[in-house]
Design a protein around this ligand. Structure first.
Ligand SMILES: [Zn+2]
Length: 511
């Protein structure tokens, strides 16, 4: 089957038509040249825009699916309104996500007392927007206590306030029900639907730490979807395996770089520090507004042992690093790797928000990529000055990274931020917040050109899945993953809308 698509507007290209055959672009050029070929079917795109499918290089597929089953807590401006609205939710257990103390006129976080007002009869757990903290009601605590274990890390929980952080979250989340392969698959498919509707055809995804189960259960659940042909989306697993013994098991089982069909095993993913919003990103100097330098999740030697083990087994790494001190740690670790094994790897730092210019030079010299999220500025612009003072002027230097030659991708970290690629492109190319419209753009000289931003959102990510020769471009020989978009204009990106999404020539979404 040879399908010709004509009258396409392909930005930054002279072509306006292409042919798809057996899942790949076989001709890309002018309408006249395309129509000279023998063709089975012609599709007129009426001058709508065609882009390569978006490739969101770092997000959490399972997290997106999981959050779609939760109540959205970001909608109320007072705690009272939130309580009233949640009293009418019929969900049991009632799991919510996305609250932020700044959203409430009361200007405080939620505690157990608020949640007990919603209900004392059913378990309730609410995630803060960062996903690193939850609040639970008495019923949830009572049910979780029945498991007879205690949460991990004594500083991570407080039964009095009902607040649980980091690794203690998995303990309280037992109340949300048993984790099964079927449930994982249901959540992956929910997320897939949302991603395809947003024109995202490939992702780098961190899923293994989403639930307190062995990584095998999650891996096999997604692999089964892939075998059954239900997985349309391309997923590069960013294998979140923070324990050395488990990483060795992953290696022994020969999972390193394994490719099933659309599901591939990618880098070792580690979470090395916290976030700027929570003042837990690990900094050289204390925050301007908090008496802390943030947190280092692993001692440096542990970080080195994990990354070195991966590197020697032929596995890349992609490590969450936000603060400048954790980026120092990471760069030291990369520098310490055997150049013989390091040189053919594609290691990267996810976020790299507070990398300064000297660190960017080191990243380039060590061939360490950057997986950035311009959309974070949407929430972070108001936070920068209070948290960082003058240090803020050397942060979020994403265009500098891209222009310097560092492999720099644009991604969302969904569900931390929404999936919508056009919002992200808008912030990447304007450095403005969508939520806080009145604020000045932050370091506008760091705005990407649209052409570069699209490259960082389509073709550069394919480098991290070793597919740069076949993925992320509308070009002869490349995989026919593309989207048709309405209202795609450089200065009106927020109005753009995906009409159809194709993967290997198969239509997988229609608006
Ligand atoms: Zn993430």
């Amino acid at each position: 089957m040879k399908k010709a698509y004509i009258n396409a507007h392909i930005p930054f290209s002279n072509a306006n038509a292409f042919i798809v055959e057996k899942g790949r672009f076989t001709h890309v050029g002018s309408k006249q040249s395309i129509l000279k070929q023998t063709i089975d079917e012609i599709i007129d795109l009426n001058n709508y825009t065609v882009l390569p499918g978006f490739h969101d290089s770092h997000l959490h597929v399972l997290g997106i699916g999981k959050s779609m089953n939760m109540e959205d807590l970001s909608l109320d401006d007072t705690i009272d309104k939130l309580i009233k609205r949640m009293q009418s939710s019929d969900k049991n257990p009632l799991i919510g996500r996305g609250f932020h103390e700044g959203q409430f006129q009361e200007n405080r976080s939620l505690t157990k007392i608020d949640l007990n007002k919603i209900s004392t009869k059913k378990p309730i757990v609410f995630y803060r927007v960062c996903g690193h903290m939850v609040v639970a009601n008495d019923k949830a605590i009572e049910l979780a206590k029945a498991s007879r274990t205690l949460p991990k890390g004594e500083n991570n929980y407080d039964f009095e306030t009902g607040i649980f952080k980091e690794e203690a979250i998995a303990w309280i989340m037992q109340v949300s029900g048993k984790i099964t392969k079927a449930r994982i698959q249901e959540e992956v498919l929910l997320a897939q639907e949302a991603l395809l509707a947003n024109g995202v055809t490939a992702v780098g995804s961190d899923d293994f730490a989403m639930y307190d189960v062995d990584f095998e259960m999650i891996l096999e659940a997604i692999q089964e979807l892939d075998i059954d042909g239900k997985l349309k989306l391309r997923i590069l697993e960013q294998a979140n395996i923070p324990k050395l013994e488990n990483l060795k098991r992953f290696i022994d089982k020969k999972y390193v770089n394994r490719t099933f069909n659309r599901y591939r095993m990618g880098p070792l993913k580690l979470l090395a520090d916290g976030s700027l919003g929570a003042r837990s990103a690990f900094m050289r100097e204390p925050y301007a507004d908090a008496n802390t330098k943030g947190i280092r999740v692993f001692p440096k030697e542990t970080l080195a042992a994990l990354i070195t083990t991966a590197d020697q087994a032929g596995m890349d790494s992609a490590v969450h690093g936000i603060g400048d001190a954790i980026i120092d740690d990471l760069l030291d670790v990369y520098e310490s790797l055997d150049p013989a094994t390091r040189s053919d790897k594609r290691h990267s730092i996810i976020h790299a928000q507070l990398a300064d210019k000297a660190q960017i030079a080191r990243m380039l010299a060590l061939n360490v990529g950057a997986q950035t999220q311009p959309i974070f500025l949407n929430s972070d612009i108001p936070v920068l000055e209070p948290a960082l003072g003058d240090r803020r002027f050397e942060t979020y230097l994403f265009n500098t990274m891209y222009q310097s030659g560092i492999k720099t991708t644009i991604s969302t970290d969904a569900p931390v931020e929404a999936i919508n690629p056009f919002d992200n492109l808008y912030v990447a190319t304007t450095r403005k917040s969508i939520k806080h419209k009145n604020l000045e753009p932050f370091l506008p000289e760091e705005a990407f050109d649209l052409k570069d931003a699209l490259d960082a959102y389509t073709h550069v990510p394919a480098y991290f899945s070793y597919q740069e020769h076949e993925l992320g471009k509308i070009q002869k020989g490349f995989l026919a993953d593309f989207i048709v978009v309405k209202n795609f204009k450089k200065d009106r990106l927020l109005e753009a809308k995906v009409l159809t999404t194709y993967i290997e020539g198969e239509q997988v979404y229609q608006s």
